[in-house]
Design a protein around this ligand. Structure first.
Ligand code: 6PG
Length: 237
């Protein structure tokens, strides 16, 4: 389990941003594009704000980058709880990423239909309806960690935990709003999964994860490549 620790949340954001710049350069040089799965919640906001700073934004080939989301709350894109809005405010509005390269999770219609439409978006970007770990869909997927061990919107005890066919699915009845999430097979079709965990409130769950906390959604995550955990001192103690 590869863990990188930095002093505080801003230091973690800089650590991840520096690593991402290199990952993007490598991917674009090798394959002409970089496909990034974005984490929701509050933790990654600092990273997105850091990437929007000129010191980073000017080094990234935004025209060759595709932004997707790991999960979404089933609310309008201008809703305060929207992961799309969080990323748009922190990053997208401040960088020249082509709108055609930004692929929000649909949040209209019904959750089940929206998940199906997101899967079509993923398949279209991937160019196949069959996930092949030898040809990862994502270059990097960023994920957070909930205090119950959930990640994306893969919550313990939900049907999403056992979904092995669909690439995206709806999760209803667990949180205030229905959620849409990538499934484990879609997350696994990645070159790198990078968890970002900061704050003392994550100390206990992160300690359990490091002790090989089986049964948690976060520890159920696999990747065709590597999994790396970026944490601050408060979470990693
Ligand atoms: C979401 C996220 C979710 C998040 C964890 C941690 O939509 O909320 O995808 O999985 O990463 O709940 O949330 P915080 O970063 O706010 O602690």
């Amino acid at each position: 389990m590869r863990i990188e620790v930095a002093n505080d949340p801003q230091a973690v954001a800089i650590l991840v941003a520096d690593w991402l710049v290199t990952a993007v350069e490598t991917a674009v040089h090798a394959r002409g594009r970089f496909v990034l799965g974005l984490a929701g919640g509050s933790t990654p906001r600092l990273l997105y704000q850091t990437l929007a700073r000129p010191a980073y934004a000017t080094r990234l080939p935004w025209h060759a980058m595709h932004l997707l989301w790991g999960d979404e709350r089933f609310v309008p894109q201008d809703h305060a709880d929207s992961n799309y809005r969080m990323v748009a405010d922190a990053l997208i509005k401040h960088v020249p990423v082509p709108r055609a390269n930004v692929h929000p999770i649909p949040t209209d219609g019904t959750p089940v239909d929206a998940a199906s439409r997101y899967e079509s978006i993923l398949r279209n970007l991937y160019g196949s309806s069959i996930l092949d770990p030898a040809r990862p869909l994502f270059d990097v997927i960023l994920l957070g960690l909930g205090t119950d061990g959930h990640t994306a919107s893969l919550f313990p005890g939900t049907a999403a935990m056992s979904e092995r066919i669909a690439w995206a699915t709806a999760v209803e009845g667990v949180t205030a709003q229905p959620r849409l999430t990538l499934t484990f097979p879609a997350i696994a079709c990645s070159r790198t999964v990078a968890f970002i965990v900061t704050g003392a409130d994550k100390r206990q769950i992160f300690r359990y994860v490091r002790a090989n906390g089986s049964g948690l959604p976060a520890t159920h995550v696999t990747s065709a490549g590597q999994i790396v955990w970026y944490a601050d001192s408060a979470a990693a103690q």
